[in-house]
Ligand binder design. Structure first.
Ligand code: PLP
Length: 492
């Protein structure tokens, strides 16, 4: 396990060690029962005092992540207490863990692949709500009519016909583009990565919302960026705090999800969108407008995209098709202009020489037909019903200390718990019930906050949502009751 220490950071060395080990545990890189280096070994390895390591280990132990067994060592403890004797079969420390990586939380995605019974942690769409059959037929048809699609490279920029189709599609959503300023990417995740590898180097400042989409955090961290955060309220990023930050630190990038923000669901009004563009202009920085699901609105259509308000080419717009069409096709687009676009195109060539032609071709007939709009209408209806089930169960069963934001679109409900509750711990209890949710700490790029959680309502059907959310409410209620009992005990 390699722990990267920043000696002149604001955050204490103990906290850095604590967070680093926690990231490794939550990423499943440190397995249950694995023995950690001794305090002495770790302090020598990273050049800090014994006390600093002891304090970090103590905090992890208090929170139930590790356990120390006298005379034997310190072990990872994810599930509940294992008898010390069982440590006989402990896994020995793995040399590979001493190889440093820069992506401590990216591994967390593997959590989502655990086949839980009720999966509320990742905002995927229930496959039953996507046009799989239709796409399958298109793939068959295309392969029989044009098998050469498998033996050719496509254009690095993306298939021309698809780019044209995306221009028409985006026009309906007030996103002005041309085939020449669209780049087809492997999902919007690749779009974020291309921007980061092109424009962000070690020490460059990137501004992100807090909380934000976890998949973007490690991309920027992996580039060695200094991440600064701006809190989110019900109108999205707090622009009143952004100006000072930008004046002082001159960021290279502002990353935002202005429409149905992930994870909170907030929608940024037009006025704030314009203010961000003004700030970007005055500080000469780029804005990534990440738009995975503006089509999924439950009331009125969201405000116009930031790129449509942008006069000067500051916005790099990302539209993924995973939440509306086919995550397995791995298709998204990036739209930008001028030399920014050209440099991103070069980065795409470096990354993969172009996205697979087969899936690009396969989706064209669907997105250019009337079926696409009909499908989106049905998708909105189905997801609204699921959102309402979650809201109804929350209003009936959640403890009064818990609050949430009612999303007017998107895929998630964001819950705020009393500050002393730690959803990293509660997740372990939920997993015992074969339920997952996303603990809020994964969504905070810098100071992790533990008293939030995200429930995604897009993957499970109504009965599963009902059962899952009721169980989560139960877990929350029990945790709150036990704290109240503890506080009123004469021994505390
Ligand atoms: C805000 C945001 N950006 C990007 C992505 C990645 O999506 P894609 O499948 O298009 O790569 C997601 C997926 O959940 C997301 O929520």
């Amino acid at each position: 396990m390699h722990i990267e220490i920043q000696r002149n950071a604001d955050i204490s060395l103990t906290k850095q060690i604590y967070h680093s080990i926690l990231d490794h545990i939550r990423s499943d890189l440190l397995e249950e029962d694995l023995q950690l280096p001794s305090v002495r070994e770790l302090s020598k390895q990273i050049g800090v005092s014994l006390v600093t390591v002891v304090k970090a280990y103590q905090k992890l132990e208090q929170e139930g992540y590790i356990t120390s067994v006298q005379g034997k060592g310190t072990f990872i403890r994810k599930t509940n207490i294992k008898e010390a004797e069982k440590k006989e079969g402990a896994i020995s420390y793995d040399w590979q863990l001493s190889i440093q990586d820069y992506l401590p939380r990216s591994q967390f995605a593997r959590f989502h692949q655990v086949p839980e019974k009720i999966h509320l942690s990742s905002s995927m769409i229930d496959p039953g709500l996507l046009p799989n059959r239709y796409l399958e037929q298109e793939i068959h048809k295309m392969l029989s009519e044009n098998p050469k699609v498998l033996s050719q490279y496509g254009e690095i920029q993306g298939d021309k016909e698809l780019r044209q189709a995306m221009v028409e599609y985006l026009k309906r959503m007030d996103v002005p583009t041309t085939p020449d300023n669209i780049l087809v990417t492997s999902g919007s995740q690749q779009g974020i990565d291309l921007v980061a590898r092109t424009f962000v180097g070690p020490g460059d400042v990137v501004v992100m919302e807090a909380p934000t989409y976890p998949g973007a955090i490690d991309v920027f961290r992996g580039r060695g960026a200094t991440i600064l955060t701006v809190p989110v309220d019900s109108d999205g990023m707090r622009v009143d705090l952004l100006q000072n930050l930008c004046d002082k630190y001159k960021p290279k990038i502002i990353y935002t999800v202005p429409t149905f923000h992930n994870p909170t669901g907030a929608v940024m009004p037009t006025k704030r969108r314009r203010q961000i563009l003004e700030i970007a202009k005055s500080t000469q920085c780029l804005v990534i407008e990440d738009d995975p699901c503006s089509e999924i609105y439950f009331e009125r259509k969201p405000p116009a995209s930031m790129i449509s308000l942008d006069q000067d080419g500051h916005v790099i717009y990302l539209k993924g098709l995973s939440k509306i069409l086919a995550p397995g096709c791995r298709i998204g687009i990036l739209a930008a202009s001028g030399s920014i676009f050209k440099r991103l195109l070069a980065a795409k060539a470096n990354a993969d020489l172009g996205s697979p032609l087969l899936t690009q071709k396969a989706i064209i007939p669907f997105i250019t037909s009337k079926r696409m709009m009909d499908h989106l209408k049905k998708l909105r209806t189905a997801l609204k019903i699921r959102r309402d089930v979650v809201l109804e169960i929350l209003s009936q069963h959640s403890p009064k200390e818990v609050s949430w934001f009612v999303p007017k679109g998107g895929l998630n409900v964001w819950l705020t718990l009393p500050f002393w509750l730690n959803t990293d711990h509660l997740l372990l209890e939920a997993k015992n019930e074969q339920i997952t949710f996303l603990p809020g700490s994964t969504c905070f790029p810098t100071n992790q906050e533990n008293h939030y959680l995200r429930i995604s309502f897009s993957y499970m059907n109504e009965p599963q949502l009902e059962q899952g959310v009721k169980t989560i409410c139960n877990i929350l209620q029990l945790a709150i009751d036990s704290k109240i009992k503890q506080d009123s005990s004469p021994y505390f």
